[in-house]
Design a protein around this ligand. Structure first.
Ligand code: ZN
Length: 287
């Protein structure tokens, strides 16, 4: 099931399911369904949503505009340096052969979230805005100190993310300011849909690419992840409780702009497209 958030003429955000026939309006089809994707996870309504989407009386929306599938997560957690080649190109691999020995963790605020086709704002405060194609794990159930073996039971699905990063803030400020560099407004594009785990049986062997103005800049597979999905969910949950709707950006492969010679940074007029096998394409222009 492809869960989306859409808006229509009223501009009100509503949960939906993307089907071959179009977007099914879940609440119009079944008014007992919660009014956001996050609440659908909180209230354990995935089966109800699936039944509504498949029913003969499913209400299809004309001219739906997709927005970020989740706009109000309690947490956005990000894993840095989780692909070996990227850790090396960043000059941050503790060991060039093995990469970091434990996940590097930072966060973004929900105010950074952006939907598909919405514009990434290149802020006046940064001269070094970069892109990062990422698989995003969406938490489906509350997870506290779960083991690696049980961790996948807490994952609802996956979406595409672009971990937009101001490198001058992240790397060149005194002491380093990872979070400041990562959480400018509009720096967390996600979408277009949350694809539930039943449709993605192999989340750790998906092709992942990023195109900048049509040119492929990153081209890898999630099989290259150093810390896999179950390991990351378990690791994080030892420290804080993961809640339904929380987003985990799992890290980016090599090919980012700042590591190129010469470096490439985003500017107004650029277009980023992140594509992950089975999850679609997340496209965002820059302004
Ligand atoms: Zn990242």
């Amino acid at each position: 099931m492809k869960l989306v958030t859409f808006c229509c003429e009223s501009k009100e955000l509503r949960p939906g399911v993307l089907t071959e026939a179009g977007v099914v309006d879940l609440v119009a089809t079944d008014p007992s369904i919660s009014s956001s994707i996050r609440e659908i996870f909180v209230n354990d309504e995935l089966k109800k949503a699936s039944a509504a989407a498949a029913s003969d009386s499913a209400v299809l929306v004309q001219n739906a505009t997709l927005r970020a599938p989740i706009s109000d997560p309690q947490k956005i957690v990000c894993i840095g340096l989780n692909y070996r080649e990227h850790a090396i190109e960043s000059g941050m691999a503790k060991d060039s052969e093995f990469g970091p020995s434990e996940p590097t963790v930072f966060s973004k605020f929900p105010s950074a979230i952006l939907g598909p086709e919405e514009s990434i704002n290149i802020p006046a405060a940064s001269k070094e805005v970069d892109y990062e194609a990422e698989l995003v794990v969406v938490v489906g159930r509350r997870a506290k100190a779960v083991s690696k073996a049980e961790a996948m039971d807490y994952v609802a699905g996956y979406t595409i993310g672009n971990d937009v990063s101001a490198r001058d803030w992240q790397l060149k400020k005194p002491g380093g300011q990872w979070m400041m560099g990562k959480t400018f407004d509009t720096f967390a594009p996600i979408g277009p849909a949350i694809v539930t785990t039943d449709e993605i049986p192999n989340p750790e062997s998906l092709s992942i690419t990023l195109r900048l103005n049509g040119e492929t800049m990153q081209d890898s597979t999630t099989g290259e992840l150093i810390f896999g999905i179950a390991e990351v969910v378990s690791y994080l949950s030892q420290v804080f409780t993961l809640e339904p709707g929380d987003l985990i950006f799992t890290g980016t492969p090599s090919g980012v702009g700042f590591a190129r010679k010469p470096p490439v940074f985003l500017k107004a007029g650029d277009v980023c497209e992140v594509e992950i096998e089975g999850l679609g394409v997340l496209r965002n222009p820059c302004v």
